[in-house]
Design a protein around this ligand. Structure first.
Ligand code: ADP
Ligand code: MG
Length: 236
């Protein structure tokens, strides 16, 4: 029992393998992150609107609601994410709305439940990723969120495992790095917390080589600490 409790990651990976499922659910990916000390938003899974309200009360407002489905990888594309819900009524409405949206965009999609999670205050967003290169094996990726990665391809890679020195280099060598040092009324971001996430991610993909892709996108970085808002893990 104790051994099982200590290794949720193995349990989740073997469950996915058994179901021949390549994409882990956000709940599963975030549970693995937690076991590797990667900070994530608090989350709880609801099966009914009333339960979502009870969980939101526990977590504290504002909250975010998200669809959890093995058939939906990009949740916002199907209207499966609603942020900034400030009270029970908004949670109840959002719960209904997400199910309607999903029914419209993905009628055959299996639904595990609706995730209720803490709303991370907006801040500088970074992306930590990993891919398994057929030649070099696991490699880590780092970049700043939004246009920097998507439009400007301002990202950097290192073959895993990485050292702390390499993690620091990855952060300082992207062109957008000055944004992390603070500007105008934005305080400097907690670089050490990003270093820790990169090192933990490196350990995770080295320990579990069946991970083909990993995507922590976005990670909100604060003056103190950081928080992963969305996590995706794809298996080979
Ligand atoms: P997907 O990438 O599958 O569409 P996300 O979980 O990334 O879904 O949600 C979409 C966007 O909603 C995120 O990029 C982020 O801007 C916002 N978001 C999601 N969850 C949270 C959260 N817990 N706190 C704050 N913002 C969030
Ligand atoms: Mg996302």
């Amino acid at each position: 029992m104790v051994a099982l409790a200590l290794n949720e990651t193995l349990r989740i990976l073997s469950q996915a393998r058994k179901e021949r499922r390549k994409a882990l659910l956000e709940t599963e990916a975030k549970t693995i992150c937690m076991e590797y000390d990667i900070p994530v938003t608090k989350f709880k899974l609801a099966g009914k609107a009333a339960e979502a309200v009870r969980l939101a009360d526990e977590i504290g407002y504002p909250v975010v609601l998200k669809i959890v489905s093995p058939d939906i990888i990009h949740k916002s594309d199907v209207g499966g994410v609603i942020v900034n819900l400030k009270n029970a009524r908004e949670v109840r409405n959002a719960y209904k709305k997400i199910l309607e949206n999903v029914e419209r965009h993905k009628p055959a999609g299996r639904i595990v439940g609706i995730l209720v999670q803490e709303m991370a205050p907006s801040s500088t967003e970074v992306i930590v990723g990993a891919i398994k290169d057929p030649q070099f094996g696991p490699a880590l990726m780092f970049g700043l969120g939004g246009v920097f990665v998507e439009l400007l391809k301002d990202v950097t890679f290192r073959v895993a495992p990485i050292s702390e020195q390499e993690a620091r280099e990855m952060i300082t060598e992207v062109k957008a790095y000055p944004l992390l040092k603070g500007y105008r009324n934005v305080p400097p971001a907690d670089i050490d917390s990003i270093v820790k996430i990169l090192l933990s991610t490196s350990k995770l993909v080295m320990d579990h080589q069946e991970i083909k892709e990993l995507d922590l996108n976005p990670v909100m970085v604060y003056a103190k600490g950081a928080k992963t808002v969305d996590a995706r893990i794809i298996l080979e």
